[in-house]
Ligand binder design. Structure first.
Ligand code: GDP
Ligand code: MG
Length: 217
């Protein structure tokens, strides 16, 4: 691969740090694995796993966002997620299991906790009803979750890490929301904060061009 190709592939406009929140067993790790590796494991150990994953997504032609995605590696079972875990997050995917009503009722608590810890900065949310392949065990009507999401002004979707349905969209809708808030000036850039990092402006590369410009310049 030529140097030019390698460079153009690594260029991203922003990096967003995003956490996955929700009760244990709702399928947070499975959703992340499906999004980053494209695979699904039937059995997963809640305490083992990588803490963070990353993936580039292109939200519009030429505009790439690098997502740094943090998983909880089992701490959520004990409600012992530390403040530092949330603090540097610009976004949170709130995950519940459509076949587990309690996990939906707890979404509000997860959101509150994130908001509290990220304050005074703003955290954006997306709501994801996981395991939508389990239709016959559904305990949370789509409309109820959709109304909740509308009330709290967050994008919502039902997804399945098992069959891959809407997994991509779960992350894209949150990324687009954060990107829009930056564009509109509702999120103020702060170089001291890890929630959002500026990358490089994608531009046509030429052979004698070896200077990259930062979008924060
Ligand atoms: P976490 O504790 O929220 O990280 O949940 P895991 O990702 O470890 O998943 C918990 C269990 O649910 C595992 O047995 C998974 O195989 C299963 N699971 C995860 N996602 C799905 C899904 O989309 N559909 C179904 N049917 N099972 C799932
Ligand atoms: Mg997990």
């Amino acid at each position: 691969m030529s140097d030019m190709v390698a460079r153009s592939e690594t260029i991203w406009a922003y990096q967003f740090r995003v956490v996955l929140l929700g009760d244990s067993t709702v399928g947070k790790s499975a959703l992340l694995r499906r999004f980053t590796d494209g695979c699904f494991l039937e059995v997963s150990d809640p305490t083992v796993g990588v803490d963070f994953y990353s993936r580039l997504i292109e939200i519009s032609p030429g505009t790439r966002i690098k997502l740094q995605l943090w998983d909880t590696a089992g701490q959520e079972r004990f409600r012992s997620i530390t403040r530092s875990y949330y603090r540097s997050s610009v976004g949170a995917v709130l995950v519940y299991d459509i076949s587990n009503r309690q996990s939906f009722l707890h979404v509000v608590t997860w959101a509150e906790e994130a908001r509290l810890h990220v304050a005074p900065r703003h955290v954006s949310f997306a709501l994801v009803g996981q395991k939508c392949d389990l239709e016959e065990h559904r305990q949370v009507p789509t409309e109820e979750a959709s109304n909740f999401a509308r009330l709290h002004k967050m994008p919502f979707i039902e997804a399945s890490a098992k069959n891959g349905k809407n997994v991509e969209k779960s992350f894209v809708m949150l990324t687009e929301l954060i990107y829009r808030l930056i564009q509109s000036g509702d999120i103020i850039m702060d170089e001291q904060w890890d929630g959002i990092k500026c990358g490089l402006v994608p531009k046509p590369l030429t052979l004698d061009d070896d200077e990259n410009k930062s979008c924060c310049a």
